[in-house]
Design a protein around this ligand. Structure first.
Ligand code: NAD
Length: 357
């Protein structure tokens, strides 16, 4: 293989990783010259946010805003921004998954308050300049360096409470970023390394998490999974995604299907669609999974861990498949294999039925 030409751009982000690393969060804020944080969380993660606030210590905390929800409704973003203003916050500390970090990004977009992320799922939003805001039922996404978290503190202890089923689907959501990164039009060898290592780490960790390994082994698995999620998130933030992410955006947005589960169900089929056009990426994904083939490898991983493998089992209706296909074809985007209606419709049917690719 000869070396291809490529462009690689690094981003200014500081990553602090490891069990107990949350204890260093206050020092991270101090280093950045940040004095009063608004801590963000979802309602069920309020207790975790309070722990973070306690670790930061009184004067560094402006308050806690616990109303983060999926897809960042603009009303919530405005409300959070107003609270930040009233409390004199100079940064947002987002403790949670993609929904909470997404709220931090929405605040940053308007107010320029820097975001510090403390991720508790494997979605990877903390490593990307991508934001999404939902207004009048429509989710608008964009890219802006202002929303990229300045510092990310990955403490695997915070992910111990992530339910096993969500851990598995969130982990496969992360694998999807790496898998599509391996055939990205604007990919590069550095991102390929991160993608392969990310898939390897998650494929190793998820079975141990699902088997509820004990004590030290569980913390090791949680560390491996979060490490993998970081790498996969970095790939998502650096190179262009293709068919799989577009399909999941359509299915999640237009048919209100749960984010991580849609990714889990669709990925084997999106990879099968692109397999013949991207043999080298497929080899790398398969090798990282330790499976003979990428599409079946992802399917078997999900299936063996008890994750959903069929759209029909996560709330999709069969009569909506034609419309999903239409929407997916509406706006063209780069994909290794051209978008062909019949093949795309077959992909959706296979994903609906949960057929093993
Ligand atoms: P999420 O943030 O919606 O979290 C799902 C649920 O799990 C929430 O109720 C949350 O409070 C709970 N939870 C999270 N971590 C927990 C923990 N450790 N213990 C107990 N409960 C926990 O789910 P997600 O999959 O992380 O994020 C999905 C959203 O993020 C979607 O809206 C998606 O579009 C967005 N996203 C954006 C990007 C980006 O780059 N902008 C990347 C990935 C995902």
């Amino acid at each position: 293989n000869t070396m291809q030409s490529f462009v690689y751009a690094s981003r200014a982000q500081r990553v602090v990783f490891g069990p107990g690393s949350l204890g260093g969060l206050a020092a991270e804020l101090d280093t950045l010259g940040l004095r009063r944080a608004l801590v963000l969380c979802t309602p069920p993660q309020r207790a975790q946010a309070e722990r973070v606030a306690a670790l930061l210590g009184g004067p560094r905390v402006a308050g806690i805003f616990d109303q983060a929800v999926m897809h960042v409704p603009i009303e919530i973003a405005r409300q959070a921004q107003q609270v930040a203003r009233e409390l004199g916050a100079d940064c947002a500390v987002a403790v949670g998954g993609g929904s909470t970090i997404g709220l931090g990004k929405a605040i940053a977009l308007d107010s320029r308050l820097p975001v510090i992320a403390v991720p508790t799922t494997y979605a990877g939003s903390e490593m990307t300049p991508i934001y999404g805001i939902t207004e009048a039922g429509l989710k608008k996404t964009g890219k802006d360096d202002r929303v990229l978290p300045r510092c990310v503190v990955y403490d695997p202890e915070l992910s111990l409470s992530l339910p096993v089923t969500l851990s598995v689907t969130s982990g496969i959501n992360a694998i999807a970023h790496a898998a599509e990164g391996l055939y990205a039009r604007d990919g590069n060898p550095i991102m390929d390394l991160m993608a392969q290592e990310g898939i390897r780490a998650l494929a190793r960790a998820l079975p141990a998490i699902q088997a509820e390994a004990d004590g030290a082994r569980l913390l090791q698995a949680r560390s491996d999974a979060l490490y993998g999620a970081w790498l996969c998130g970095a790939v998502l933030g650096s190179v262009g995604m293709a068919l799989h992410h577009k399909l999941c955006h359509t299915l999640g947005g237009s048919f209100n299907l749960p984010h991580a589960e849609v990714h889990t169900v669709v990925l084997p089929h999106a990879l099968a669609y692109n397999a013949a056009a991207t043999p080298q990426a497929m080899e790398r994904i398969a090798a990282a999974l330790g499976a003979p083939a990428a599409p079946a490898g992802v399917f078997d991983l999900a299936n063996s861990l008890g994750a959903p493998t069929a759209l029909r089992d996560i709330g999709m209706r069969e009569q909506d498949l034609d419309r999903a296909c239409d929407i997916a074809l509406q706006t063209p985007y780069p994909n290794p294999r051209p978008l062909e209606r019949a093949a795309l419709r077959a992909l959706l049917q296979n994903a609906y039925d949960g057929a093993r690719p």
